[in-house]
Design a protein around this ligand. Structure first.
Ligand code: C2E
Ligand code: MG
Ligand code: MG
Length: 700
């Protein structure tokens, strides 16, 4: 391991460290070279000066000695002195001449040396002082006049080799230079190492920054250099901690539902996508639950109470999921837990891996749905939330989370009418959904072209036997004159959000037509159906009253038919909604009475004017069902007590008219007296009835 560390340390430095090492090594090397150059140059200069000084001294000495000998006329001694001088190291030529520069004694030197020395001697004689010259081959010649007592006795000159009396700098300084080179050799790696060590924290900091950039996180950096690096590392760590906290907060906001602390839709989709993309060939169950009464309940609670209630719902959801998961799924050890989520407003979802068969998935969802449908006891109240559930199997029913969830929601749409209010997705649902979407698109266009019209079905007043009222029923009259019944388009309009404009159109037409008939002398009441969604709108009463006013219809000529189930969903709210209508004089009818689960107590408190007995009782009576007769009797008795008028609808046989007439029923509506017809046809009916009237009056 230490060897590996060492090798790692020997690795060439990179980046800033490498540049620092190269720079400092370069500076060191340059300094060393400069030192050597300066030393060598200095030595060279000094040695030249020394050579010149010494050669001048030696020439002076020769001039003095030669002067003595010339003065004494001792030419032999002069020649001996010159031979002696020639024997010295580096001396090339020695020359002594008379004042006219004729040689007195001379020796050594090449022809060029002789010429150079002779010429220099002449210059010295002419100048009267010491003179020197460096020849082209590097020789140094010095000449000096021999002067005694102011009289020139001659000239003395010498010539040396270039290197004579020179200081040999390189050999002399070699050990010193060697030591310098060695020091530089050692100092460069040492400096490199020191520089590397000094900038090492920078490498650590930049690696930290790179990790954060690449992966969004990195372990804290530990730098204790006591300098700016440590400050920087502390700042980095602090920044990272804050970034982590912010990220956690963002994750929380992005992926957790704040009210229930369950994962939200985005998180659910991620988990589901992860499972599907793993592609292990396993199937998992995606179940979407809708708690239909939840939004209404939420509307009645303040913010904190609503949150608290949601938390209770989420707890029930989680504990029920755990229980059901244990029962239905024989989960191998370590297998992924189910994922629960709140997808939005009233939608919750479970994803449970390794439930591949539709029957297991249905069983799981049914158990869970049943648990969610148990009443919630909260703050002394009991609530049932009306859960239903759509199930899809992933990836069988969706190659990605969006598709699987869409299909589960599609199944949820069909779950209302399914057993236990749970439906598992099948491809036919998809086809239905496509057909629905097409229908929805066509309906939007039809609304713009005003193809939704009110048709009117007469209601016969059993007291007079005449058409005293009618029910406006929506019809879609296609451009090819084919007529589509509301059974097909009302549910689609409710789902696609078109029910508002559609109902408004019918309501407007019904009110305008009834007002026109009243003006024409046929004051009959018109009943208009109210859908569940319309009734939930807070501005419902306001809208109705505006239409009535615009049309100029007497409010008591309008009757609103609200189905029993819609009223009983929330009787208190129903009362609040209908009160202003009732106060304005609008009549109110409970449609399809007998199908829902009316609480008699609630019914007695609601200010209705009319009960419409559902067609199913009329059908049952036709089949001689004694129970149906008993129920109809009860309804009529109830109506009498509450002073309500009763309409029997769907009457097709004269016998049934008898039946209802005998029991005190007020109104009959049914194909026996005519199906719903267009406004002009209905006006014609009224006119004809008016005509008969005149006739009967005439007869009387
Ligand atoms: P509903 O209010 O109970 O209307 C009575 C339905 O029974 C009408 O069907 C009518 O044509 C039918 N009917 C009347 N007499 C007889 C009979 O003797 N025998 C049989 N078998 N049926 C008879 P329609 O027009 O198809 O309407 C069905 C439902 O659609 C209505 O039931 C009502 O709930 C809804 N609806 C119709 N028009 C509108 C509307 O303008 N707005 C809203 N929100 N709902 C509407
Ligand atoms: Mg009706
Ligand atoms: Mg009805």
């Amino acid at each position: 391991m230490p060897v590996a560390n060492l090798i790692a340390k020997l690795r060439p430095p990179q980046g800033l460290a490498a540049r620092a090492v190269v720079f400092t090594s370069g500076v060191m090397l340059a300094t060393a070279v400069m030192c050597v150059t300066v030393v060598l140059w200095g030595a060279q200069r000094e040695s030249a000066r020394y050579q010149l000084e010494l050669t001048h001294d030696l020439t002076l000495h020769l001039a003095t000695v030669s002067g003595n000998m010339i003065a004494r006329g001792n030419m032999r001694a002069l020649n001996a002195a010159i031979s002696g001088a020639l024997g010295r190291d580096g001396v090339r030529r020695v020359y002594v001449g008379d004042p006219q520069n004729n040689p007195l004694a001379a020796g050594g030197g090449s022809a060029a040396d002789i010429a150079a020395v002779t010429e220099l001697s002449a210059r010295a004689l002419a100048a009267g002082h010491i003179t020197y010259v460096r020849t082209s081959d590097g020789g140094l010649a010095v000449a000096m006049p021999i002067i005694r007592d102011g009289q020139t006795l001659g000239v003395a000159a010498r010539m040396w080799d270039q290197d004579a009396y020179r200081f040999q700098a390189i050999p002399a300084l070699a050990p010193f230079l060697l030591v310098l080179a060695l020091l530089a050799l050692i100092a460069i790696p040492l400096t490199a190492y020191a520089v590397r060590r000094a900038v090492a924290p920078l490498a650590e900091l930049s690696k930290f920054a790179e990790d954060v950039a690449a992966h969004g996180h990195a372990p804290p950096v530990d730098v204790r250099t006591g300098d700016e690096f440590e400050t920087l590392a502390r700042a980095f760590n602090h920044m990272m901690a804050r970034l982590d906290a912010s990220m956690r907060r963002i994750q929380q906001i992005a992926f957790v539902d704040p009210a229930t602390q369950l994962p939200n839709q985005d998180r659910f989709i991620r988990e589901l996508d992860h499972f599907i993309l793993q592609g292990k060939g396993e199937m998992g169950m995606v179940a979407v639950f809708e708690l239909q009464r939840l939004p209404r309940l939420m509307q009645t609670l303040d913010h904190d109470a609503a949150r608290d209630f949601l938390r209770v719902v989420a707890e029930r959801f989680a504990s029920a999921t755990r229980t059901v998961d244990r029962i239905v799924r024989l989960r191998p050890q370590g297998e992924q837990e189910p994922v629960l989520a709140r997808l939005g407003g009233m939608e919750f979802a479970v994803f449970s891996p390794s439930i591949g068969s539709p029957s297991d998935a249905a069983r799981f969802a049914q158990h869970l749905n049943a648990a969610l449908n148990q009443p919630f006891e909260w703050r002394g109240h009991k609530f049932t939330l009306g859960a239903c559930c759509g199930v899809a199997i992933a990836p069988r029913d969706g190659r990605d989370a969006d598709a699987a969830l869409r299909h589960a929601r599609m199944a949820l749409g069909a779950a209302q009418n399914a057993a236990a209010r749970v439906k598992v997705f099948t491809p036919s649902l998809d086809r239905e959904a496509v057909a629905r979407l097409t229908l929805e698109r066509e309906m939007r266009e039809a609304l713009e072209r005003n193809e939704f019209r009110a048709f009117f079905q007469p209601k016969i007043d059993l007291g007079t036997g005449r058409i005293g009222a009618c029910e406006a029923l929506a019809r879609w009259v296609r451009p090819d004159r084919t007529i589509i019944s509301p059974g097909r388009f009302i549910p689609v309009a409710e789902e696609g959000g078109l029910i508002g404009p559609l109902s408004d159109a019918i309501m407007r037409e019904a009110c305008w037509k009834a007002a026109a008939w009243a003006r024409a002398g046929y004051p009959i009441k018109v009943a208009v159906n109210v859908s569940a969604l319309q009734f939930r709108s807070d501005r419902f009463a306001e809208n109705v009253l505006r239409v009535v006013q615009h049309a100029g219809l007497a409010p008591d000529h309008l009757e609103l038919e609200i189905t029993e189930s819609v009223v009983m969903e929330d009787p208190d709210r129903a009362l609040r909604v209908i009160r202003p209508l009732r106060d304005a004089g609008v009549r109110l009818a409970i449609d399809d009475f007998g199908c829902g689960h009316s609480s008699l107590a609630a019914l007695s408190k609601l200010p209705f004017d009319v009960i419409k007995i559902d067609q199913q009782f009329v059908r049952a009576i036709e089949h001689g069902d004694p129970q149906a007769e008993a129920i109809v009797d009860m309804i009529l008795a109830l109506a009498r007590t509450l002073k309500l008028e009763v309409v029997a609808e769907g009457v097709e046989r004269r016998d049934d008219v008898e039946f209802f007439a005998q029991r005190g029923c007020h109104w009959i509506q049914g194909f026996l007296y005519g199906a719903a017809v267009s406004a002009p046809e209905f006006a014609e009916l009224l006119r004809r009835q008016g005509g008969e009237d005149v006739e009967s009056v005439d007869a009387a």
